[in-house]
Design a protein around this ligand. Sequence first.
Ligand code: SF4
Ligand code: SF4
Length: 190
Amino acid sequence: MAESTRSYCQILIGRAMTGLIGLREIFDALAEEGVQLDATNLGPRLLAELKQHNYVPPPAIATYETALVREYRKYLEARASGSVGRRWRDPRKELLSWYPTIFEAKCDGCGECLEVCPRDVLGWDPDHARVLVLEPYECAPGCQLCFRACTRGAIVMPARESLHQRVETPGQGHAASGCAGCRGDCKTCG
Ligand code: SF4
Ligand code: SF4
Protein backbone atom coordinates (compact mmCIF):
# COMPACT_ATOMS: atom_id res chain seq x y z
CA MET A 1 0.00 0.00 0.00
CA ALA A 2 1.41 3.40 -0.94
CA GLU A 3 2.19 5.63 2.01
CA SER A 4 -0.16 8.35 0.77
CA THR A 5 -3.16 6.02 0.80
CA ARG A 6 -2.75 5.11 4.45
CA SER A 7 -5.10 6.63 6.97
CA TYR A 8 -4.07 9.51 9.17
CA CYS A 9 -5.44 10.58 12.52
CA GLN A 10 -4.40 12.37 15.65
CA ILE A 11 -4.76 10.77 19.07
CA LEU A 12 -3.82 11.81 22.56
CA ILE A 13 -0.53 10.22 23.56
CA GLY A 14 0.45 11.25 27.06
CA ARG A 15 -0.54 14.90 27.01
CA ALA A 16 0.11 15.63 23.35
CA MET A 17 -2.08 15.22 20.29
CA THR A 18 0.05 13.13 17.98
CA GLY A 19 -0.46 12.46 14.29
CA LEU A 20 -0.22 8.80 13.28
CA ILE A 21 -0.17 7.11 9.89
CA GLY A 22 -1.85 3.80 9.24
CA LEU A 23 -3.55 3.21 12.58
CA ARG A 24 -6.89 2.28 11.04
CA GLU A 25 -5.24 -0.33 8.83
CA ILE A 26 -3.50 -1.83 11.87
CA PHE A 27 -6.75 -1.99 13.81
CA ASP A 28 -8.66 -3.42 10.84
CA ALA A 29 -6.10 -6.18 10.37
CA LEU A 30 -6.01 -7.14 14.05
CA ALA A 31 -9.79 -7.14 14.32
CA GLU A 32 -10.10 -9.32 11.23
CA GLU A 33 -7.64 -11.67 12.90
CA GLY A 34 -9.89 -11.74 15.98
CA VAL A 35 -7.37 -10.10 18.31
CA GLN A 36 -9.17 -9.01 21.48
CA LEU A 37 -8.20 -6.63 24.27
CA ASP A 38 -6.99 -9.43 26.51
CA ALA A 39 -4.56 -10.70 23.87
CA THR A 40 -1.06 -11.39 25.12
CA ASN A 41 1.36 -8.53 24.47
CA LEU A 42 -1.29 -6.43 22.77
CA GLY A 43 0.49 -3.15 23.57
CA PRO A 44 3.90 -4.22 22.22
CA ARG A 45 2.25 -5.70 19.14
CA LEU A 46 0.32 -2.53 18.37
CA LEU A 47 3.49 -0.53 18.87
CA ALA A 48 5.53 -2.78 16.59
CA GLU A 49 2.96 -2.38 13.82
CA LEU A 50 2.81 1.36 14.33
CA LYS A 51 6.57 1.76 14.17
CA GLN A 52 6.59 0.48 10.60
CA HIS A 53 5.19 3.83 9.48
CA ASN A 54 5.74 6.20 12.38
CA TYR A 55 8.62 7.37 14.51
CA VAL A 56 8.17 6.51 18.18
CA PRO A 57 10.55 8.20 20.64
CA PRO A 58 12.14 5.44 22.78
CA PRO A 59 11.40 7.16 26.13
CA ALA A 60 7.69 7.30 25.18
CA ILE A 61 7.18 3.62 24.38
CA ALA A 62 5.07 2.84 27.45
CA THR A 63 2.97 5.96 26.89
CA TYR A 64 2.39 4.99 23.25
CA GLU A 65 1.38 1.46 24.21
CA THR A 66 -1.15 2.74 26.74
CA ALA A 67 -2.66 5.12 24.19
CA LEU A 68 -2.76 2.46 21.44
CA VAL A 69 -4.55 -0.07 23.65
CA ARG A 70 -7.03 2.63 24.67
CA GLU A 71 -7.70 3.50 21.04
CA TYR A 72 -8.01 -0.16 20.08
CA ARG A 73 -10.60 -0.62 22.82
CA LYS A 74 -12.62 2.25 21.42
CA TYR A 75 -12.22 0.89 17.90
CA LEU A 76 -13.49 -2.55 18.92
CA GLU A 77 -16.44 -1.03 20.78
CA ALA A 78 -17.40 1.07 17.77
CA ARG A 79 -16.97 -1.90 15.46
CA ALA A 80 -19.12 -4.13 17.67
CA SER A 81 -21.89 -1.54 17.88
CA GLY A 82 -21.80 -0.81 14.17
CA SER A 83 -21.16 2.88 14.77
CA VAL A 84 -18.78 4.91 12.67
CA GLY A 85 -16.36 5.41 15.55
CA ARG A 86 -13.37 7.64 15.00
CA ARG A 87 -13.36 9.97 12.06
CA TRP A 88 -9.95 9.29 10.68
CA ARG A 89 -9.21 12.45 8.82
CA ASP A 90 -10.79 15.85 8.63
CA PRO A 91 -8.06 18.37 7.79
CA ARG A 92 -10.47 21.28 8.00
CA LYS A 93 -11.16 20.54 11.67
CA GLU A 94 -7.47 20.08 12.35
CA LEU A 95 -6.90 23.61 11.09
CA LEU A 96 -9.57 24.94 13.40
CA SER A 97 -8.24 24.54 16.91
CA TRP A 98 -11.57 24.64 18.74
CA TYR A 99 -11.53 22.28 21.68
CA PRO A 100 -11.23 22.56 25.45
CA THR A 101 -8.09 22.55 27.51
CA ILE A 102 -8.41 21.03 30.96
CA PHE A 103 -6.25 22.20 33.81
CA GLU A 104 -5.57 19.18 35.92
CA ALA A 105 -4.69 21.14 39.05
CA LYS A 106 -8.21 22.65 39.18
CA CYS A 107 -10.17 19.55 38.15
CA ASP A 108 -11.78 17.63 41.02
CA GLY A 109 -13.03 14.83 38.78
CA CYS A 110 -16.73 15.61 39.27
CA GLY A 111 -17.54 14.45 35.73
CA GLU A 112 -20.03 17.25 34.91
CA CYS A 113 -18.22 18.02 31.67
CA LEU A 114 -18.50 14.39 30.57
CA GLU A 115 -22.25 14.48 31.19
CA VAL A 116 -22.94 17.50 29.02
CA CYS A 117 -20.65 16.83 26.05
CA PRO A 118 -22.81 15.72 23.10
CA ARG A 119 -19.89 14.46 21.03
CA ASP A 120 -17.85 12.24 23.33
CA VAL A 121 -14.89 14.58 23.04
CA LEU A 122 -13.97 14.03 26.67
CA GLY A 123 -13.11 10.79 28.36
CA TRP A 124 -12.30 9.55 31.82
CA ASP A 125 -8.80 8.34 32.55
CA PRO A 126 -9.31 5.76 35.32
CA ASP A 127 -5.59 5.27 35.81
CA HIS A 128 -5.04 8.87 36.83
CA ALA A 129 -8.60 9.83 37.92
CA ARG A 130 -8.83 12.78 35.56
CA VAL A 131 -10.65 13.93 32.46
CA LEU A 132 -8.88 13.83 29.11
CA VAL A 133 -9.61 15.56 25.81
CA LEU A 134 -9.64 12.40 23.74
CA GLU A 135 -11.28 13.53 20.50
CA PRO A 136 -10.51 17.24 20.09
CA TYR A 137 -11.46 17.31 16.42
CA GLU A 138 -14.94 16.06 17.20
CA CYS A 139 -15.56 19.17 19.30
CA ALA A 140 -18.35 21.32 17.87
CA PRO A 141 -17.07 24.75 16.78
CA GLY A 142 -18.61 27.35 19.04
CA CYS A 143 -19.85 24.90 21.68
CA GLN A 144 -18.99 25.76 25.28
CA LEU A 145 -21.20 23.36 27.19
CA CYS A 146 -18.40 21.74 29.15
CA PHE A 147 -16.83 25.10 29.91
CA ARG A 148 -20.13 26.33 31.36
CA ALA A 149 -20.69 23.12 33.28
CA CYS A 150 -17.35 23.27 35.05
CA THR A 151 -17.82 25.10 38.32
CA ARG A 152 -14.16 24.64 39.20
CA GLY A 153 -12.92 26.80 36.33
CA ALA A 154 -10.79 23.92 35.12
CA ILE A 155 -11.82 24.24 31.45
CA VAL A 156 -10.63 26.90 29.06
CA MET A 157 -11.92 27.30 25.52
CA PRO A 158 -10.19 29.17 22.68
CA ALA A 159 -11.12 32.78 21.98
CA ARG A 160 -14.30 32.99 19.93
CA GLU A 161 -12.42 35.13 17.41
CA SER A 162 -10.62 31.98 16.30
CA LEU A 163 -13.91 30.79 14.79
CA HIS A 164 -13.75 33.65 12.32
CA GLN A 165 -10.77 32.14 10.65
CA ARG A 166 -12.56 30.58 7.75
CA VAL A 167 -10.95 27.72 5.91
CA GLU A 168 -12.36 27.23 2.43
CA THR A 169 -10.01 24.44 1.48
CA PRO A 170 -7.51 22.46 3.53
CA GLY A 171 -4.25 24.35 3.79
CA GLN A 172 -5.79 27.72 2.94
CA GLY A 173 -7.03 29.85 5.77
CA HIS A 174 -8.47 33.35 5.76
CA ALA A 175 -7.01 35.92 8.09
CA ALA A 176 -9.43 37.00 10.79
CA SER A 177 -9.28 40.54 9.45
CA GLY A 178 -10.59 39.35 6.09
CA CYS A 179 -13.51 37.38 7.42
CA ALA A 180 -17.06 38.71 7.69
CA GLY A 181 -17.85 36.26 10.44
CA CYS A 182 -20.04 33.21 10.32
CA ARG A 183 -22.96 33.67 7.92
CA GLY A 184 -24.09 30.09 8.04
CA ASP A 185 -22.17 29.07 4.93
CA CYS A 186 -18.87 28.40 6.57
CA LYS A 187 -17.25 25.33 5.08
CA THR A 188 -15.29 24.74 8.27
CA CYS A 189 -18.06 24.23 10.78
CA GLY A 190 -21.07 24.05 8.47
S1 SF4 B 1 -16.48 19.67 35.12
FE1 SF4 B 1 -14.47 20.62 35.55
S2 SF4 B 1 -13.91 19.87 37.61
FE2 SF4 B 1 -15.55 18.52 36.84
S3 SF4 B 1 -14.45 16.79 35.81
FE3 SF4 B 1 -14.88 18.33 34.23
S4 SF4 B 1 -13.02 19.61 34.16
FE4 SF4 B 1 -12.96 18.47 36.11
S1 SF4 C 1 -17.16 22.36 23.75
FE1 SF4 C 1 -19.02 21.09 23.53
S2 SF4 C 1 -18.50 19.50 22.02
FE2 SF4 C 1 -16.57 20.45 22.73
S3 SF4 C 1 -15.86 19.14 24.41
FE3 SF4 C 1 -17.06 20.79 25.35
S4 SF4 C 1 -19.16 20.00 25.48
FE4 SF4 C 1 -18.05 18.66 24.07
